[in-house]
Design a protein around this ligand. Structure first.
Ligand code: ES4
Ligand code: ZN
Length: 319
């Protein structure tokens, strides 16, 4: 039996497996520039975050209808459940869909048809986190928050993703303030490829309560001390870091160093269809390759619930 765990860093669009991509392409009459799933899989060789994002945005062209988003989410929830995920806080990227003429309602209603049934169908509780694309403008983020207003009963919080370097958190101060005033929880990707200053800025300027990735905090001793003291969770994604070359090889991943330093670490899958594994696969990989003992793995599983947006009583029930 896999350890019960919560998944806190998961882009739903990053769960689009090649088989489903081709199925949806056929259903929607979308032409993909790959002959078949084998040829598509061969394109999964990334140099860095941007080279991955190019393919990630390209393949999204197959997601067009509510049913597509429902099918995508159901496929993820079934796989996650099989790997011990009991609770999932799921990112989605509305701007990437709205730019293609797919409305906020199509995305949220479609996802919700799967998420609303997920406890009964998969034994997984869920929450939705709407991400802003940081390589788009601050105005676009504000418009996106506006477009989400009819759906806020289904959105627990906001996040910030896409190309990090050159797009510091401060660019999104206004939209984070507006989201906070609406009672939304706040997280942001920081310190994946970007410098440790982006982590500090996400905390100080955006008021985030979790940092997605946060790997590069290790370059700033005072920042590590602050993250430890304030119990700020980091949602690490080990297989993602290897595939996007944030670390050279998994055996050199700093997860054990970070846990030893007292950081509140969690292990997540990021974009599992692209990076070689779901939540349980990431746990298995760090167990085998980093030699983490049972106590460390249990700590990671416990951290995932502690760092979640579940209330205390829900959290106890979920684990
Ligand atoms: C992402 Cl790995 C990663 N980093 C930043 N933005 C993203 N969107 C989807 N996956
Ligand atoms: Zn991510």
């Amino acid at each position: 039996m896999p350890l019960p765990k919560a998944e806190l860093h998961l882009h739903i669009e990053g769960t689009l497996e090649p088989e489903l991509a081709f199925e949806l392409a056929t259903r929607n009459g979308v032409e993909l520039p790959y002959a078949d799933t084998d040829e598509l899989r061969k394109a999964y060789q990334f140099e860095d975050l941007q080279s991955f994002l190019n393919l990630y945005y390209e393949l999204m062209a197959v997601l067009r209808t509510e049913q597509d988003f429902t099918d995508l989410a159901n496929a993820y929830l079934a796989r996650a459940a099989a790997q011990g995920v009991r609770h999932a806080e799921i990112f989605f990227d509305p701007q990437a869909h709205m730019a293609r003429g797919v409305g906020m309602g199509t995305v949220v209603e479609g996802l919700w048809r799967a998420l609303g049934d997920s406890e009964a169908a998969h034994g997984v509780s869920t929450q939705l986190i709407m991400c802003f694309l940081r390589d788009e403008s601050a105005e676009s983020a504000l418009e996106t928050l506006e477009a989400a207003k009819p759906y806020l009963d289904r959105i627990v919080g906001i996040g910030l993703d896409s190309a990090e370097v050159g797009h510091p958190p401060v660019k999104f101060r206004e939209v984070y303030d507006a989201a906070a005033a609406l009672g939304l929880r706040r997280v942001a990707h920081a310190g994946e490829e970007g410098p440790p200053e982006y982590i500090t800025e996400a905390l100080d300027v955006l008021g985030v309560e979790r940092i997605d990735h946060g790997l590069r905090c290790l370059e700033d001793e005072a920042l590590v001390a602050r993250l430890v003291r304030d119990r700020i969770p980091l949602t690490l994604c080990p297989l993602s870091n290897v595939r996007l070359r944030a670390v050279d090889v998994l055996s050199e991943h700093p997860l054990p160093v970070m846990m030893d330093a007292g950081l509140l670490c969690t292990v997540n899958s990021d974009d599992p269809a692209y990076f070689g594994g779901y939540a349980g696969d990431n746990f298995d990989a760090v167990r085998k390759t980093l030699g983490l003992g049972e106590d460390r793995l249990r700590e990671l599983a416990r951290n995932s619930f502690v760092a979640s947006f579940l209330e205390h009583d829900e959290e106890r029930r979920a684990r």
